[in-house]
Design a protein around this ligand. Sequence first.
Ligand SMILES: [Zn+2]
Length: 393
Amino acid sequence: MQTQPEADFTPEQYARSRARKRATAPLRYGSMATGLLVVCALGFSPLGSGLSRAAGNLAGGGWIATAVLGALALRIVLWLAALPFSLWSERINHAWGLSTRTRQLYWLDSLRGFLLLALLLSGASLGFFAITRHAPHTWPVIVGATGVALVFVFSFLLPVVVEPMFNRFRPLEAGELRERLLGVARDSGVRVRDVLVSDASKRTTADNAYVSGFGRTRRIVLWDTTIEHCTTEEIASVTAHELGHAARRDVLVGTALSAGAVAVSVAVLAWALGLGALHGAANVTGAADPRALALCAAVSTVLGSVLGPLFNGYSRRIERRADQYALDLTGDPAAMISTWRRLGVQNIADLEPNPVSVRLFATHPPVPARLAHAREWERSRTANTGGNSDRPR
Ligand SMILES: [Zn+2]
């Protein structure tokens, strides 16, 4: 028996989703627009180079001081610009019962995020200007190659260095659920080192799972909230989706695409930093000028905004492919349908998404599309087997 799409959610659930969208949309778009405007206002005017000079002068004004302290100053300005949106968002999520973060954990997260990005930006800035100063002609090749290598290193280290900064992970304990999930993994033929559970409940009531790292650091992570809220078959369906990512090496390919984007960014940066008009506007002398950091950030951010929708389109495609993999592997569209109905309500997802905003900003297919996909799979399966809905293989 197939469930009618109209019956997926109650009128109250639709109303709640709409109300949340009304409350969060200005925040989401406001935060994106402000981030873009601030970095452009700094980078495409003398403000950014002025900020770097002032910061560098605190430690003698040499190029190293300007590169490092300028990066720190830029990070502080961008963090301050984003802070009101972050606080507002946290407040709304608390009011909606989605956030369980204490005030202390919120500020700790904020501080850790700030420090991590400040460290990365200062390191990148120091490395970048060291190269542009010592190799004025060949720097795009050296910076491009270094950037590509760093993207791979970072993606490999993310699960073992960055994720533990924010969450604790434990192996899923022995029992029926673990047996079921290892069974799904065996069926898939994907080698899984472990299924881990993260303590997401200290921040949120929302459900999620993901796969990160590659090679020796690849792991499937279930949020503890998901284990608490979902049935064994629903978690098996979610795990099968994550195994789909592993089977198709989506993390590795995604990392390679990010590395490609870095190479393109460096090429665009090399072109932009050679433009006399931009030198004038930003009051910098060229790529070897450590005060050009804000200009670099602005060019990269504008490029990122242009490339973003392309990446998101690719991401939605691989998410749909992982859903397809999960359906083929478990042969259980009912579990996927109940998972997405549950997650749609639990996460207060957008149940009536605007197609334009999906195209531009969504990294995953919206909940109604995922429900439709599972039903489509169910229909074609029923048609192919003449009504016999046995599990495949
Ligand atoms: Zn996925």
